[in-house]
Design a protein around this ligand. Structure first.
Ligand code: MF3
Ligand code: CO
Ligand code: CO
Length: 290
């Protein structure tokens, strides 16, 4: 049977186009159904060439969506507006925003401002000059997941905040430099921890990177701290994220009443950058940078 396309009349008989009627609800239900059936797998999934091709495409889309936001995120807009842009762009590409309804998460993207470490929920907060914002996008295309986040500087940002954002990005790339067959997850964590703590910052322990691709969150946990030569050994065709969360103050976090928003306990600024990586024979391919 042919799949109803976005511009067909909706199946419900309203006379409206499918995209303006039940499309969103159908996608949401599909995602929920999958979510219930699928648990977090127990073992690392070494990806097949077919799976890699699919994850490459979903990761490209995630990258494109983040690029689209670059010029739109300015002082005066709300984080809800960012959610709408991400949601619409994802559906327009025939994909599903992975956060929506994931374990009850209410929106299509995470927007984490200033002292928010991760999982900030978009809402009516207006962005103002001086804010630093992480936007974390995960797309599901053809059943495959691509996960990436970036920091956005809003208007004029203090030197202190700019440096935190820059060093956190360097932490991500120092971690990525350790990705090659034969190295370990401990090598990645160590490189990140050394750089962050060397600048007087702290590494959040409560959240980690993760295997990704066939499910949203797969083994292994990817810690952003560790010791060289420790932990699981990297193998070709593993796919995982590195997504260090680095704080200006202490590493402790607490979760707000909404049960999602994680903030620094001391109220200090936090930054995060994330890519989805493929381990190749030669080293690494940054899937969310293509
Ligand atoms: N994208 C986040 C990650 O990097 C996960 C967000 S889960 C959500 O793993 F439900 F908050 F969206
Ligand atoms: Co992730
Ligand atoms: Co993410």
């Amino acid at each position: 049977m042919r799949k109803l396309s976005r511009n067909d009349p909706c199946w419900c008989g309203s006379g409206k186009k499918y995209k303006h009627c039940h499309l969103k609800q159908d996608l949401t239900l599909l995602h929920e159904r999958r979510g219930r059936g699928q648990q977090r797998p127990r073992e690392v999934i070494i990806k097949t060439e077919e799976q890699i091709a699919g994850i490459r495409e979903s990761s490209r889309l995630t990258h494109k969506i983040l690029d689209m936001l670059e010029e739109r995120i300015v002082p005066g807009i709300t984080t809800e507006q960012i959610n709408t842009w991400v949601h619409e762009a994802t559906l327009a590409a025939g994909a599903i925003p992975a956060p929506l309804n994931y374990r009850g998460y209410p929106k299509s993207v995470c927007t984490s401002l200033n002292e928010v470490v991760c999982h900030g929920i978009p809402g009516e907060r207006v962005l103002v000059s001086g804010d630093i914002l992480n936007v974390d996008v995960t797309s599901i295309l053809d059943g495959y997941y691509g996960d990436s986040s970036r920091m956005f500087l809003i208007g004029e940002v203090s030197e202190e905040a700019q440096k935190l954002v820059k060093v956190t990005r360097e932490c991500l790339y120092r971690g990525i430099k350790q990705v090659r067959p034969g190295n370990t997850l401990g090598d990645i964590g160590h490189a990140i921890q050394q750089h962050a703590e060397g600048q007087g910052y702290s590494v959040v322990r409560a959240f980690v990177g993760h295997g990704v691709g066939v499910y949203f969150h797969e083994p292994p946990d990817v810690r952003h701290y560790g010791r060289p030569h420790n932990g699981p050994v990297l193998q070709p065709n593993m796919v995982f994220t590195i997504e260090p969360m680095i704080n200006l103050g202490g590493p402790q976090v607490k979760i707000l009443e909404d049960e999602w928003t994680a903030v620094t306990t001391d109220g200090s600024l936090s930054a995060q950058w994330e890519h989805t990586l493929l381990v190749t024979a030669a080293g690494v391919e940054i899937l969310t940078d293509a």
